[in-house]
Design a protein. Sequence first.
Length: 224
Amino acid sequence: MGGWADGRAGPAGPHFCVHPQRGAGARPGRVAAGRGGMAGPRVLRAPLGPARWRTGVRAARVGTPGVGKSTLGKELASRTGLTYISVGDLAKEEELYEGFDEEYECPILDEDRVIDELEDKMREGGVIVDYHGCDFFPEHWFHIVFVLRTDNSFLYDRLESRGYKGKKLQDNIQCEIFQTLYEEAMLSYRKEIVHQLPSNTPEDLERNLDQIVQWIEQWTKDNN
């Protein structure tokens, strides 16, 4: 699942399909148009959100495989004490699959079972959820959604080093070019809680960590 900010491949883990026609590999027929270039870093403001489920902040981190989600998530958990949840690892441990995609050579996530498995953890709060996409999660689950973006020159090398090739490699690159996962997040959640973050270099990683930690601290002050 994970990729490193300096371009090295992350630890081996379960790989799921991500391509423009199927989003995170489980919902056929979803096609999203691009919105242009990626915006630069901006100040993240913590929305108060609904009164229910305020026991702890709940953040989602999404992005094409290889953008560095696992690296960022684990470091955030270390710095903040939040619980890091990799949906890919959870699916592998609990066998939350509904089949296998022969064309892309990857398992197909059983979204309903994933939601059932995560329900209690999300109710407790204090979690960072890591997956390629987030459009199948209930809208009220997250206070903020971070979409990591990586330049194609970095992403190509990272995916190739993981053994991605042919159509699977090209479709993941296209998914990043057309900002498919960002579009899905924007359509699935309130626009003000969706933020793009660059994830190309170690410097990007540190900036992203600092920004998100500040946001979490502000959210905690506003909601306690």
